[in-house]
Ligand binder design. Structure first.
Ligand code: AMP
Ligand code: GLY
Length: 446
């Protein structure tokens, strides 16, 4: 069969790589893809004129799928999902993995997702939402007058990781509220905000497959747990990033915490998706705060996480294309979801300056022979193949940095320590000007 993967990051490289392992999959198109998917087995990049988050871009993809007789589409990022790609593809009779627009709001609107959590009893931090800046300020003032705890300010809409501010005092809250609501620093995304109590604990990411069709009993099957490391510097310090590396599974996510997650978060979420009559056949991501084996939900994402996918998919011991079809045809409940033993450590290598403005267009050299010996997997995020010479596109072409997060090295080990050692051994065989990474992925919890 032929599959289309939409997206251009490390997550999409990992999805395409995992799909390429399936005997049933003959070809994977990646739109637009990156320098990693350009050279991956069975893969071909599809340049895009229009964004897949626009109606025109989606219509162009529908035509492409019909022409190439593609059997299934997997969407990586959230923007096309929020922009109704699943609804349009299903009307066109095409098989696609993802939530319909209503379900996509679980990520696209924090106000909606918090209301959903409250309605269905999904455990989460206390919060209130505001579209009136003055009322938001009054609430913030009261919060700080009553005690010293930080206040979490969340912009309602999609903000590419820039929509959450943890205000330590009223002044910081005022600055953030003014920037979001008055100055519209995030455009429409900050018109409304959620003000939320600060939770202490350790963060855990749970990715899961979800299959709910309107009017039918649904199913959610969680994957092995994972942890992102969002801070730029070692020791969990410095500015937030799109993710400096991930591990799976999370050693401190105990069986007791997992049980609590199922009861307090997963089951009520499934009930809510069913009762709201969503057509949600895709992936869901639970961002958890865990404290003393008690889980609270920080956020839903309606897709696989990045960079968590780069650590989780290498542990999946089932056919990913078959998993996708079980999600679509309603047989997810009995799908043989199997996991390899051991652990994965997947540090991300970034460009100099990231997450501020960063170096670009540096040549990446990889000592392929020695890298291959380490048995680790390279997932490209922000790098392209030099395409001046079209004949050399693919493996022979030069790889150059194009994004802040450039690549991840995903290393398996029989335990977390072994995975960590292998990952950092393999990184030594990669080189580009200004490359940087954290050495404590999996050794720190932030
Ligand atoms: P979100 O997009 O809602 O996951 O928030 C982004 C990040 O902000 C999370 O990964 C947490 O590190 C932090 N965060 C969000 N909500 C809270 C909260 N209620 N308490 C503490 N930290 C939070
Ligand atoms: N790692 C969190 C996300 O994918 O948004």
């Amino acid at each position: 069969m032929k599959i289309l993967v939409i997206g251009s990051g490390g997550r999409e490289h990992a999805i395409a790589w995992k799909l390429s392992k399936s005997e049933k999959v003959e070809k994977i198109y990646v739109a637009p893809g990156n320098g990693g998917t350009a050279a991956e087995k069975k893969c071909e990049n599809v340049p895009l004129d229009k964004s897949p988050a626009s109606e025109e871009g989606q219509n162009a993809l529908i035509q492409f799928i019909r022409r190439e007789k593609i059997d299934l589409t997997v969407v990586g990022p959230e923007d096309p999902l929020a922009a109704r790609i699943v609804d349009r593809f299903r009307v066109a009779g095409l098989a696609i993995i993802g939530p319909d627009q209503k379900a996509a709001r679980l990520e696209a609107s924090k106000v909606y997702s918090k209301a959903f959590m409250k309605k269905y009893g999904v455990r989460a931090a206390e919060s209130q939402d505001f579209s009136d800046p003055v009322a938001a300020l009054v609430y913030a003032k009261k919060h700080f007058d009553n005690g010293a705890a930080p206040l979490v300010i969340k912009a309602d809409g999609l903000a590419a990781g820039k929509g959450v501010v943890i205000a330590e005092n009223f002044f910081e809250a005022e600055t953030a509220l003014s920037s979001f609501m008055k100055d519209k620093s995030l455009g429409d995304a900050g018109t409304a905000v959620v003000l939320e109590d600060f939770l202490v604990g350790k963060e855990v990411s749970v990715l899961a497959a979800v299959s709910v069709s309107p009017g039918k009993k649904g199913s959610i099957r969680p994957f092995v747990s994972a942890r992102d490391h969002k801070r730029r510097f070692e020791g969990g310090k410095g500015p937030n990033t799109g993710g400096m590396g991930s591990i799976a599974p999370v050693p401190d996510f105990t069986p007791a915490a997992q049980q609590d997650f199922i009861k307090s978060i997963l089951e009520p979420t499934l009930r809510g998706i069913e009762v709201e009559n969503m057509d949600y056949r895709g992936f869901i991501f639970f961002g958890l705060m865990v404290h003393q084996n008690r889980c609270s939900l920080l956020e839903y994402n309606v897709r696989l996480g990045d960079p968590e996918t780069q650590a989780v998919l290498p542990l999946l011991d089932s056919d990913f294309s078959e998993l996708c079809f079980s999600i679509l045809d309603g047989s997810l409940d009995t799908f043989p979801l199997k996991w390899k033993s051991g652990a994965v450590c997947a540090p991300v290598v970034v460009a100099e300056g990231y997450p501020g403005s960063y170096r670009k267009n540096d040549t990446i050299t990889i000592n392929e022979k020695d890298f291959a010996k380490t048995g680790t997997q390279l997932f490209i995020a922000g790098a392209q193949r030099e395409t001046k010479n079209l004949l050399a596109e693919g493996e022979g072409a030069e790889l150059r940095t194009s994004g802040g997060r450039v690549l991840a090295v995903s290393a398996w080990g029989s335990n977390a320590d072994e995975a960590w050692t292998r990952a950092y051994e393999a990184i030594k065989f990669i080189n580009f000007e200004g490359m940087a990474y954290r050495k404590d992925i999996g050794r720190e919890d932030r």
